[in-house]
Design a protein around this ligand. Structure first.
Ligand code: TNX
Length: 538
């Protein structure tokens, strides 16, 4: 540990010498910056603490990135930052380059074991005229800090400070830490299929707002979306259907791994869900032996729920589940496996309990922690299993009573598939209409007052896809509400305020437009007119 600190000090010292000597060579010109205010930047989620020092760091062609050599992961975070800076500014900022001729300013991404950084996603961001330093214990923390930095690099350069373009990053200090360790989004790829590249775009957008979990609802009555080599008809038969009669689709194991790898680069965990014992029409169409509702099943492309079930008494069913969990778990580095468990209306209660108890053992055997929709708390699940609260309060309080953690996804507040208002062109309304302010104005900590903060693992916003069939429609429902859920997961209640959030949200337009996001332009928000491309349009 001491050695590491020494190495960092030496590296920093060397950098200081190099930058000084360069500056000397060029006869250091003292740049004059306009006054800035870091505290009024439009950062989402709101950081724990911001102290502005009213000057600026001039990001330009003579800036370099250095990263702690503690692990390759830090260098990868540095490269990520460099790539994102290039997308925004077209500057090519070298990472850990030994080509140091023209260094003027340094962005240093530093591993630190400081006591203030013991939460793995915590980071500190120090911005001064000559350097930006991101301190964090883990690469994950550095990655979160990088998102904050991206959000305060202006879209436009200032070309009057010096003889070349400079992007003025407001100076000061940010100390930041997440309120919840689990900050998730769910995407239903079963009702309608979404391609690998669409999921990657969703990951890009989610990571920018520090979401760290992506739950994929991979199976449902209407389709099965992941290749299982030991049961090939799941995809060859049931991969080809979806709501409304479209062609469906599925991920090969390679494609699923590509999603997982992309998520990992964004410090995001993929949580696979195989929904059972209900929501299993598609699986039973491929393999009728699994079916437990006594009827002959046909492919289903409607939107009703609650009519299908696996047979909880057949060994073949558990052998099947063992294969499915084994194959998916082997491709999934994250700790969780989601078994669904919702709306099993045609499964007898005693069968449901037997089923969940047995499936929990299978999930654990394959090294994963079980998550299920809140109904699973009717079974005798282990305290290590997690309840995702969507509907029934008693299931959530029962979970807490037995020591299980809870993910908060109350349908009336956190369901991205609910319409915003009566005019919404996509979405359902069975739980509620959820305008942008209603989506933001609640607290995952106090929503169920019987729960304690420690009972809650975090928050997740599910996007069911009965009414959305492509990326533009997905974006319409997810944005801007998802940005608010990101803040609900990261920032404390004391640090959140609708009036303040609303202004920061209004200022996301340059980013959302640059990313070509079809967000819903809610009238509750005074959207900033995006002038980034004006010169191009004229
Ligand atoms: C309920 S929420 C469901 C889903 C539907 C959703 C539509 C939950 C655990 N089950 O099967 O897609 O409503 O809003």
């Amino acid at each position: 540990m001491k050695k590491k600190i020494l190495a960092i000090k030496i590296a920093l010292f060397a950098l200081a010498i190099i930058s000084l000597s360069c500056a000397e060579k060029k006869k250091k010109i003292n740049l004059v910056f306009p006054e800035t205010n870091l505290a009024s930047e439009n950062i989402i989620p709101k950081p724990s603490k911001i102290i502005a020092t009213n000057s600026a760091f001039g990001l330009d062609k003579n800036t370099v990135i250095y990263t702690s050599q503690a692990s390759n992961e830090f260098e990868a975070v540095g490269q990520f930052l460099s790539d994102k800076i290039e997308e925004l500014t077209a500057l090519k900022i070298p990472v850990n380059s030994t080509e140091l001729e023209t260094v003027d300013r340094v962005i240093y991404i530093n591993q630190s074991d400081s006591l203030d950084l013991q939460v793995k996603e915590s980071y500190q961001l120090y911005i001064s005229k000559d350097s930006i330093i991101i301190n964090s214990m883990t690469a994950e923390g550095a990655f979160r800090g990088v998102q904050t930095l991206r959000q305060i690099i202006p879209e436009k350069s200032n070309d009057t400070i010096t003889d070349h373009a400079m992007w003025l990053v407001p100076s000061g200090k940010i100390i930041d830490s997440p309120n919840f360790e689990y900050r998730g989004a769910m995407l239903d790829v079963a009702r309608h299929f979404f391609s690998v590249s669409e999921i990657k775009k969703y990951i890009d957008l989610l990571a920018y707002y520090k979401i760290n979990q992506l739950h994929l609802h991979l199976t449902d009555d209407q389709g099965w979306r992941i290749e299982i080599k030991s049961w090939p008809k799941l995809t060859s038969v049931s991969g080809n259907t979806e709501v409304g009669g479209g062609k469906g689709g599925f991920y090969t194991q390679e494609e699923y791994s590509e999603i997982v790898a992309y998520a990992t680069e964004h410090h995001m965990t993929i949580i696979p869900e195989v929904d059972m014992p209900g929501h299993t029409n598609a699986a039973s169409v491929a393999y009728p032996i699994l079916n437990g509702n006594g009827k002959t099943l046909k492919p289903y492309t409607g939107t009703h729920v609650g009519f299908s079930t696996f047979d909880a008494h057949k060994d073949t069913v558990y052998a099947f589940i063992d294969d499915v969990v084994r194959e998916i778990a082997a491709l999934t580095p994250g700790p969780y496996f989601h078994i669904g468990g919702d709306e099993s209306h045609v499964t007898k209660k005693k069968d449901y309990i037997l089923f969940v108890n047995r499936v929990e053992k299978i999930v654990q055997k394959h090294g994963k922690q079980m998550i299920g929709w809140d109904e699973i708390m009717q079974a005798d699940v282990d305290s290590s299993s997690i309840a995702q609260h969507w509907n029934t309060k008693k299931n959530a309080t029962d979970a807490a009573a037995r020591g299980s953690k809870i993910i908060m996804s109350p349908a009336t507040r956190a369901y991205l598939d609910m319409k915003y208002d009566d005019a919404s062109i996509h979405g359902l309304d069975w739980a509620a209409l959820i305008p942008v302010d209603t989506a933001y104005n609640w607290s995952p900590t106090t929503y169920i007052k019987e729960l304690k903060k420690e009972d809650i693992l975090g928050i997740e916003a599910p996007l069911w896809s009965e009414t959305i069939a492509n990326m533009a429609e997905l974006e319409y429902l997810a944005f801007p509400r998802m940005i608010g859920y990101a803040e609900l997961g990261w920032s404390t209640d004391e640090n959140r305020n609708w009036e303040d959030f609303k202004i920061r949200l209004a200022n996301q337009t340059p980013y959302l437009n640059r990313m070509n996001v079809n967000y819903y332009p809610s009238e509750l928000i005074d959207w900033k007119k995006d002038t980034t491309n004006d010169t191009l349009k004229n």
